[in-house]
Design a protein around this ligand. Structure first.
Ligand SMILES: [Zn+2]
Length: 411
């Protein structure tokens, strides 16, 4: 869909779910009532800003006050097919009929096709991901599922071999375990196993690990992002060009302090709205940070994309009005292989924020001034804030030190 049509489509879906949730979800109704809104006041994505965010971190408490779902469910518990339990505990209403599109879109974009034979190594117990989301979505794509769950690595290797499974769902680290176990068992990963595509989630995927696994197995690995509560919020296409937002969600990037929407290119919290009537979460604050882009992806999909997941909101620090976070500092450091350790220190001098990027080098270098300038340029590019780089002697930055140390005091 072209951008404009897509927005119209989403606005229309939004009006529908707002009407529905107001009528059927006690928690959503009281949320709108608390700020004096009626469903008709929410016509467009922009109007969502008027609704207070429901933070994932608050769900445990909200559910305790009004068990079991905090009033966020959209149908009576007696009509649900399943109830899931995520750590917290957070109770999640399960599908009557599984209608979510996002994960299936992600699998298809990552190369999964009807008839593929898949081991699903996510955990099937209690939590909703493996059974509710992944298993149902694989079925939707037309794949054959082997519900192996986590662990039993040796058995998983034998299953892969005997059933000639060609697709993997699970965490990147578990796929690494499988590769090591298979090698230990004397198998050639490319000749004896048949893995061609992998769908990974629930963990950060460093590019080094992705290429290592892709190379070892001769397979393609694509990642998706979402939460147990609201489902898929982003998936990679073949071009690995950030994560496309699925067509059945509205994703806003907001200022975590004010809840106001930030435009493309700005770092903020991922806040999402689903059209799922069983569990109609509206403006659900994930606590994760990202940047949105609307530049067209050459793959042809017109959906906006999350550039990448940058870290957690609670690690964020505001410097001169801009959010900085450890993920950005990591990115700066990764551009300069001479950096052994670093720490960002934020202080306040003459009513102004000052940021210093302290760096321990792997070894003495000949032209420290040149490297200092290069790192300062990377900081401007990545963090959008000016900072001075200070080289400090080895051992100056303690083990386990916070990556961003906020030393400001406020009278
Ligand atoms: Zn794409």
């Amino acid at each position: 869909m072209p951008h404009k049509k897509r927005i119209e489509y989403l606005n229309q879906k939004l009006r529908g779910i707002i009407q529905y949730a107001y009528k059927n979800s006690v928690a959503f109704k009281s949320k709108l009532d608390s700020v004096g809104l009626k469903p008709k006041d929410i016509q467009t994505i922009k109007d969502l800003e008027k609704i207070p965010i429901t933070k994932k971190a608050d769900l445990v408490e909200l559910q305790k006050r009004n068990p079991p779902f905090g009033g966020f469910e959209g149908i009576p518990i007696s009509e649900m097919r399943r109830v899931f339990i995520s750590p917290g505990p957070i109770y999640e209403p399960g599908e009557t009929e599984y209608v979510e599109l996002g994960w299936a879109q992600g699998m298809y974009a990552g190369g999964f096709r009807p008839g593929d034979i898949v081991i699903n190594t996510f955990s099937y117990h209690m939590v909703p991901f493996a059974l509710h989301m992944v298993d149902n979505s694989l079925h939707r794509v037309g794949c054959v599922v082997i519900p192996t769950g986590v662990g039993n690595t040796e058995q998983q290797v034998n299953i892969l071999k005997n059933l000639k499974a060609n697709a993997f769902c699970g965490t990147p680290s578990f796929l690494l375990n499988i590769s090591e176990k298979a090698e230990e068992m004397g198998f050639d990963l490319k000749k004896d196993l048949n893995l061609k595509v992998g769908f990974v989630a629930a963990e950060m995927l460093p590019e080094s690990l992705r290429s290592k696994l892709e190379e070892k197995f001769g397979m393609v690995i694509r990642q998706s992002y979402g939460t147990a509560d609201i489902g898929c919020l982003g998936y990679e296409c073949m071009l690995k060009n950030g994560m496309h937002i699925p067509d059945d969600k509205i994703v806003e990037i907001v200022d975590p302090e004010t809840g106001k929407q930030l435009g493309p290119g700005k770092t903020g919290e991922i806040v999402a709205t689903t059209f799922n009537r069983v569990y109609p979460l509206i403006r659900f604050g994930t606590g994760d940070l990202s940047i949105l882009t609307e530049t067209p992806c050459p793959c042809g999909r017109t959906s906006p994309r999350l550039v990448k997941i940058l870290g957690r909101v609670d690690q964020v620090t505001k410097v001169r009005g801009l959010f900085v976070h450890p993920g950005q500092a990591d990115e700066v450091a990764s551009k300069h292989p001479q950096v052994a350790k670093y720490q960002v220190v934020v202080t306040r001098r003459e009513q102004k924020d000052e940021m210093i990027f302290r760096v321990e080098l792997k070894e003495e270098i000949l032209q420290p001034e040149k490297l200092k300038e290069e790192i300062e340029r990377s900081i401007r590019d990545v963090m959008k804030v000016r900072s001075e780089v200070q080289f400090v002697p080895k051992g100056s930055i303690p083990e386990g030190a916070r990556k961003i140390e906020d030393q400001r005091t406020w009278e």
